[in-house]
Design a protein around this ligand. Structure first.
Ligand SMILES: [Ca+2]
Ligand SMILES: [Ca+2]
Ligand SMILES: [Ca+2]
Length: 380
């Protein structure tokens, strides 16, 4: 190997930059800072929700700890990270978290404006075990809010799954987690230090009320993922609204490969101002093959063998199949649009999807199956 070859090899090993991502809907805007290839610190975070256009955020980040690790780790720009930023949705896909060969991760960001000074942003992490053995992981989601751009007068109320931060400006931002086991609030940088230091820490359960420079985090403990199993972790950022019927997207169960996935890039929202479309999508299929989406009204909590595939939806609650006669795109993707009409009666309804695509190299010799995708139609 000569020097010229070394330069080429080095260039090939350099991670592509993952720049900051901004999504906007009306008065609502969030910006998540660029990912670092080295730093374990949370990234910059800006949250705008009101007509004053004042930033109520400071930092945020997702952290994980696999059983046996000696510390928590930030999701960094390591192991192949790609980013797509759309107007109201952005995602960051981590092909191989920290290049350990254990986890694939996707972060999905959504935003929805619900009036001149309110709305909801969604911060969702989905992990997949890409190895051939079970992986047990703890997951943490950290936020530092500074309401109205200053922190000395901030007050937090709430509980283990809800941190509602406000100040004399009257602006209120609630961070709400789904299904977490622990949480903590504390003055900067006490919570952040637990996640960035070189020791194993569980969140200490220091709950609201709290006054001062709010920082907080939520923790999901000891989640064991079987090979190719996926699990979603959700934190809603709720600005000046009750957030009583929030939309939800969750991946669950195990597909037949680490490459073939079901997902969506749209927020599942019933909107009285206009019909909205939910796009249920697949990726990682072979271009040109036939595919199918299956929709049911209930999930299957365990893999149900069904003519050679594992079902993660409850077929006794069958709603429909979609994609007949259609083929996967040249990029290995397919999608089906579902219109959500402006009807108040849809709020809270959960629908479960699974995707299938022909592939003779799949374990059953004819088709890959995805994990399950649960979608709850919400209203903001
Ligand atoms: Ca403040
Ligand atoms: Ca720690
Ligand atoms: Ca703060």
């Amino acid at each position: 190997m000569n020097l010229h070859h070394l330069v080429i090899v080095a260039a090939g090993l350099t991670a592509a930059a993952v720049a900051q991502a901004t999504i906007t809907d009306g008065n609502m805007k969030v910006t998540y800072g660029a990912l670092s290839p080295t730093s374990q610190s949370p990234r910059s975070f800006a949250l705008f929700g009101d007509a004053l256009a004042i930033d109520h955020g400071f930092q945020s980040g997702w952290y994980y700890r696999i059983a046996g690790d000696t510390r928590e780790f930030s999701l960094r720009n390591v192991g192949g990270v790609t980013q797509v930023v759309g107007p109201v949705h952005a995602d960051r896909d981590f092909a191989d978290v920290d290049a350990r060969g254990l986890l694939k991760a996707s972060i999905d960001y959504d935003i929805y404006d619900s009036g001149p000074a309110s709305g909801v942003a969604i911060n969702r992490l989905t992990l997949m075990n890409r190895s051939n053995a079970p992986v047990t992981v703890d997951v943490f989601c950290y936020h530092d809010l500074d309401i109205a751009g200053n922190f000395a007068n901030d007050v937090c109320t709430g509980n283990n799954s809800s941190h509602k931060v406000t100040d004399p400006s009257g602006v209120s931002v609630e961070l709400r987690a789904l299904g977490n086991d622990l949480s903590a609030v504390g003055v900067f940088p006490t919570v952040r230090d637990l996640l960035t230091n070189t020791a194993v820490d569980d969140l200490p359960g220091t709950l609201p009320p709290f006054s001062g420079d709010y920082t907080g985090a939520f923790q999901w403990q000891n989640r064991t993922l079987q090979p190719f199993e996926q699990l979603s972790f959700v934190v809603w950022q709720i600005v000046d609204t009750a957030g009583s019927a929030l939309p939800l997207v969750q991946q669950y169960g195990a597909g037949s490969s680490s490459a073939f996935e079901i997902h969506t890039t749209t927020i599942a929202l019933q909107d009285n101002s206009a019909p909205r479309t939910l796009q249920v999508q697949m990726k990682g299929a072979i271009p040109g093959v036939q595919y199918l989406f299956l929709a049911c009204a209930a999930p299957s909590a365990v893999a149900t063998p069904f003519f050679g595939v594992d079902l993660w939806v409850d077929y006794s609650s069958f709603l429909g199949t979609y994609g007949h006669g259609m083929v996967v795109s040249p990029t290995g993707e397919a999608s089906e649009p579902f219109s959500i009409p402006p009807s108040p009666y849809l709020t809270g309804i959960m629908v479960f999807f699974q995707a299938f695509a022909e592939d003779v190299t799949a374990p059953n010799g004819f088709a890959h199956w995805s994990a399950g995708l649960g979608v709850r139609v919400g209203k903001v």
